[in-house]
Design a protein around this ligand. Sequence first.
Ligand code: EPZ
Length: 448
Amino acid sequence: MATIAHKRKPLSSKWKHEMLPDLEGNIEALHVEQSLQLEGEVNVIGAKNAVLVTIASLILTEGKSILTNVPASADIVQMLALLHELGAEIFFDENNNRLEIDTTFIRNNRVRPEIMKKMRASVLVMGPLLARFGKAEIALPGGCSIGARPIDFHIKNFMKMGVSVNVENEFLRAYVNQLKPARIVLEYPSVGATENILMAAVLTQDVTTIINAALEPEVIELIEVLKKMGALIKILPPATLEIRGVNALRPIEYEIMPDRLEAGALLLAAAITGGTVSVPNARYDHLDVFLAKLQEMGHVVEVGYENKGITLIATEQPQAVSFRTAPYPGFPTDLQAPLMAVLSLAEGRSTVHETVFENRFLHIRELQKMGAQIIVEGDRAHITGVDELYGTQVIASDIRASCALVLAGLAAKGKTRITGIHHWKRGYEALEKKLQKLGAQIFLEASN
Ligand code: EPZ
């Protein structure tokens, strides 16, 4: 992958043109062949869903911050393109996963439709822009394959903080003279809404509380980032954030936490191929419920010292298990599709209940093409394990579906060709290379 900037100067717009197609444009498909008993040890990179919001939070500061352990995946590059467009200076040394961002010269507060459509998480710049400039103009983020993805929780609670909002032809314009402290009660512990409101509140005078906040590890990481910048944030039981506004926040140096979702993918690769894989830098305490389900299947899960390091030793007779997705600490929706692929080959019948997104079963059709026995009843899927899956042509519909199809391809007889692979590149930094290191027969097919 091209390094975005070698020289110490603001990135030119040429950078965006050069960079993005590298991650998205010329990748046609992933080829996966049956690869049994993956073995070995790999580390995970920084968590995509923590990095995206941390990059957005830097808008709250004026100066140069340094983030390390930053994955060079397409979503991250997209968020950097957005910050560059707002006026930030960016130096991303992808080979060392080291990112420098100088936010001193940010003046623009408008997010174009092309940017928003490519990555919905762009909405996370809204809170920081309102806090720093009192203004944000964002193209309405459309839905995506897993759901309508509304942002009503973000908007109505910004309005509680005194923000005026109007929507005209696809654009949402928000402005406020001075944000007001508020008592915010989230009707659902939305990750994005919690993060956006939190980033507005840290520079809002007096105390703002967010009740029924999301407490995913990525949200806790954002709280740590903001506290390092000088924010005053308390986490009160059961899920209340109390934020006392400060006048200014300072740039930071920060190492991003390991990606629990990449760790889950690697452990599931061991489970589905009957192998043994260790992820030395994975955090057990980020994956409790997920790992408990793997143990219920009969797999052995070993944890390293102080909750760091996870090893999965696969059982030869994996048993069916049922689960429902839920906000943290419940089973993470982002590991629903990958685990379903593994359950397709488990002994017995599993039921998967997806409660977070309304349309997160699009991978099922593709798994059925490979021989999986799955029946969908509303927000529940019933899986009856089969002895074999068969490689074929399949299409990825979202990031986590692409992971599920790769896992299925590792176990399936023959070859699997997966298209829609921009999703894979969006969510993971060269995860195929890590799987190759474990013995997987997997490679990217570039367009000629
Ligand atoms: C974040 O999305 C993650 N993305 C998602 O990961 C993850 O699946 C999700 O949290 C749940 O854990 C990032 O962090 C960039 P939500 P987010 O707001 O913030 C509804 C991946 O694959 N809702 O907690 O969008 C919403 O439609 C991605 O890495 C409203 O109705 O999730 C959904 O049904 C996929 N109104 C539910 O709440 C709102 O204003 C949970 O959404 C906001 C959300």
